[in-house]
Design a protein around this ligand. Structure first.
Ligand code: SAM
Length: 263
């Protein structure tokens, strides 16, 4: 295995200068006026992704730290863990940091080649006692089997709303009894005033993290129709309908949540 320990702040692992793929480049993709039509997880985004997600998603660090804690409790020997929409592998490495069981394989899946190329370097650079295999593919088609833990951290929101139930049904069927699904998402609220307040608080969070009004508004326009949030109620109803015996929102900051669901 590899000999670089994961620092306590898991997302800090990108800060190495010995390999250009691992530098933590500042996200200033939208600092000047752009004529791009929509957002995609391309090479430019992959290059700045650690900085982008850290400065854009309230509670991202907390969710990663707790991903390790869920892994410690739920991952069983001789099983699989899935990181669906793995990006640069932060959730895979977090699971690996928590897993105590033997003979476990973590499978990270993403359909962005640019993300996976960088992810491979991150995975290779950090000590992990659990095997991590990366697969390029669409999570809608990817087989799930013998899973004791599945992580969908900020990925379901990019899947067509009409296909979300079918994806969760497939995940559920591939999970072992007692297994956990960790689902982290940006959400919206039925109540228009609550929704506006949460969006405003999120934008304040981004401003406090150094994003300008132009960056915030350009990113918002790019994500329109690409990142489509559900309400918390839609998520919990869908999880129950698919068959999960229980689910609970264990983390929330503004319009960002993380939910666990147990088979
Ligand atoms: C916001 S990022 C996820 C962040 C990551 N889970 C983490 O914790 O750092 C969403 C990822 O999902 C991937 N993605 C989106 N739709 C996908 C699909 N249908 N199949 C596979 N990957 C997908 C994107 O390429 C992107 O890397």
């Amino acid at each position: 295995m590899f000999n670089r320990a994961i620092p306590s702040k898991i997302t800090a692992y990108f800060k190495f200068s010995d390999n250009s793929l691992m530098t933590n480049k500042t996200d200033n993709l939208y600092a000047a006026t752009i004529d791009q039509q929509s957002f995609s997880f391309d090479g430019q985004v992959a290059e700045v992704f650690p900085d982008m997600i850290q400065r854009s998603v309230p509670g991202y660090d907390q969710i990663l730290k707790n991903t390790a804690k869920f892994a410690a409790r739920f991952v069983t020997a001789n099983s699989h863990c899935y990181d669906l929409g793995c990006s640069l592998g932060a959730s895979s490495l977090a699971m690996s940091a928590g897993i105590k069981a033997d003979q476990v394989k973590i499978i990270g899946v993403d359909n962005s080649q640019a993300m996976l190329a960088r992810c491979q370097h991150h995975i290779e650079a950090f000590k992990h006692s659990t095997e991590i295999e990366l697969q390029c593919g669409d999570i809608l088609d990817f087989p799930i089997e013998n899973a004791s833990m599945v992580v969908l951290n900020f990925t379901l929101q990019f899947i067509d709303q009409a296909e979300r139930a079918e994806l969760l049904d497939k995940i559920y069927k591939g999970m072992n009894p007692g297994a956990v699904l960790l689902l982290s998402e940006k959400i919206c609220f039925e109540d228009a005033a609550d929704n506006a307040l949460m969006i405003d608080l999120h934008h304040q969070f981004k401003r406090e993290n150094g994003y300008s009004e132009l960056e915030i508004s350009q990113k918002r326009s790019l994500l329109e129709n690409v990142l489509v949030p559900d309400t918390l109620e839609q998520h919990t109803a869908r999880l129950a309908k698919v068959g999960f015996s229980r689910s609970r929102c264990w983390f929330q900051q503004y319009n960002f949540v993380s939910i666990f669901a147990i088979k």
